[in-house]
Design a protein around this ligand. Structure first.
Ligand code: PEP
Ligand code: MN
Length: 339
């Protein structure tokens, strides 16, 4: 940050600003130009940035300019090579695209088993399925809860696919940790700070979905909660944001994926299902994700989408998922060649 002093700032006012910068845990660097003085605020991480920002209203200050990003531990500057997150041997952030697939919700043992076998045969690496479901309406199917977790575990044991499932609140956390290989933080919970603080302390990787109205900075700061609390195993997920358009359920922020990867060292995956809400667009959105450099995709697959208890219109059936996986091969080859 830089504190710009006004042209009429007195020596005392400049000294006061420097003293406050020290009190906030930073080092002030005085740069005296011919016309005006600026004070550079340096020193890493642990200073109290918001208090320095308040110097905007201190006497003799004309402005405080923020130049560095507010996040540190997730910043690519810290790890230019990017980090790899390992979920039971499946590596996000390595050379290969990770494919997560499965139903929006676990509905029954039969439904999940059939999906798990189908997506495994088509080449998926991780099985998804919600046991605790965040539904917009309280009258919609809310998930099977603990029973759903048990079904997921059984499918994982049979197919060898690790599982990712959503944890909706701190009250469910212990149960989900017991069954899941990766903990999903849903879009609605991206800024649930008590939940993020608890997840920072569990020995499981986290899939952190971007809030539908969250800026990239807010998303990366949510990840910063996890890293600063002690959990370095975080994968970001872009799942579409709210815009003025109502034709699509959400708008896939494809450039945001590239920007997140530029600013931050964590792997980033794309959820083309929630990002579009339309089954027909999922293969194209997945190819776009691959082309822009995403580390993986998470796709909703249901054996019979017309009967799905949640998100049927955006779910592929097993045959369509299998066809999409084949179609992705050339997109992957092109993306790897272009790196
Ligand atoms: C989901 O993955 O089924 C889900 C509810 O996603 P999101 O949190 O992105 O809406
Ligand atoms: Mn869903």
């Amino acid at each position: 940050m830089i504190v710009n002093m006004s042209a009429t700032a007195t020596k005392e006012q400049i000294e006061h600003v420097m003293e406050r910068i020290r009190e906030c845990g930073f080092e002030p660097h005085l740069i005296q130009g011919a016309e005006r003085t600026v004070v550079g605020v340096v020193g890493k991480n642990r200073g109290r940035r918001s208090e320095v920002e308040s110097l905007r209203v201190a006497p003799g200050v004309s402005d405080v300019i923020i130049i560095s990003q507010p996040f540190t531990l997730v910043s690519r500057e810290l790890r230019p090579q990017g980090s790899v997150v390992n979920v039971k041997g499946v590596k996000f952030g390595g050379p290969d695209l990770v494919v997560i697939a499965g139903p929006c919700s676990v509905e029954s043992r039969e439904q999940l088993m059939e999906t798990a076998r189908g997506v495994k045969a088509a080449g998926a690496h991780i099985l998804r399925g919600g046991a605790f479901k965040p539904r917009t309406s309280p009258y919609d199917f809310q998930g099977l809860g603990l029973e759903g977790l048990k079904i997921l575990k059984e499918a994982s044991e049979e197919t060898g696919l690790p599982i990712v499932t959503e944890v909706m609140g701190v009250e469910d956390l212990d149960a989900v940790v017991e069954y899941a290989d990766m903990m999903q933080v849903g879009a609605r919970n991206m800024q649930n700070y008590p939940l993020l603080r608890r997840l920072a302390t569990v020995p499981r990787p986290v899939l952190l979905k971007r809030g539908p109205s969250a800026t990239i900075k807010e998303w990366l700061l949510a990840a910063e909660y996890l890293l600063s609390g002690g959990n370095p195993n975080v994968v970001l997920c872009e799942r579409g944001i709210k815009t003025f358009d109502s034709e699509l359920r959400n708008t896939l922020d494809i450039a945001g994926v590239a920007l997140a990867k530029e600013l931050c060292h964590l792997p980033v995956v794309v959820d083309p299902s929630h990002a579009t809400g339309r089954r027909s667009l999922i293969p194209a959105a997945s190819r776009a994700a691959v082309a822009v450099g995403a580390d993986g995709i998470i796709v909703e697959v249901h054996p019979c989408p017309e009967r799905a208890l949640s998100d049927g219109p955006q779910s592929l059936d097993i045959a369509a998922f299998t066809a999409m996986m084949k179609g992705l091969e050339s997109a992957i080859a092109l993306a790897v060649a272009g790196r």
